[in-house]
Design a protein around this ligand. Sequence first.
Ligand code: FPP
Length: 224
Amino acid sequence: MNPLKHVAIIMDGNGRWGLKNKKSRNAGHKEGLNTVEKIIKTSIKNKIKYLTLYAFSTENWKRPKKEINFLFDLLENFLVNRIDELHEKNIKLKIIGVKNFSTKLNKLLNYSEKKTIKNTKLQINLALNYGSKFELINAFKSLNKNKENINEKNLSKYLQTNNIPDPDLLIRTGNTKRLSNFLLWQLAYSEIFFEKKLWPEFSEKDYNRIIKKFKNIKRNYGNI
Ligand code: FPP
């Protein structure tokens, strides 16, 4: 059985779910947050150590301002109301991406990271204003010009996921098969599951079914 340490998720389909069921994309994001909570609980039950969630990409700034504001208000309220509970549950929160939001949100994100930094049960990496190509370009820039320094180990050190093992498993909901500039380097050998269900419909049962399948896959890493 494969060990499962790190699950990464592209939480796609909120907008479509919201339009279909509540005539509003934002209602889909709100419902999507409930799925986030379920998946956190189920990750702990499955003894997963790292959960990386793609919440906002560098490309998502192209969306209407009203939707962007709604998403960040949702995040802000979530942290204000729930960070103590996450801390009590021994959960560590780390932001990956560029924190260039409002001063208030930046402060709240820094506070939440600092408060939970020593926690050990589950680490949630929340990808916010994250883009993998930008992350890679920055890592290459940070590497010394000396060509000898350019190797896998050194490059990984300059990624935002430094010290975090690569994801074993990537799940993308929403019936779309693409990576959308998410963890392009780190996903090199991950097992990938594309799910038809939209993120707000994705259940504990669906997650457990994928985990079970993942555990029985023969992972070769290029070997036979
Ligand atoms: C993609 O669905 C989802 C997002 C861009 C936002 C993800 C946000 C959440 C799950 C809720 C908030 C989370 C936190 C941690 C506060 P989409 O809008 O692209 O869906 P579509 O493909 O149907 O349009």
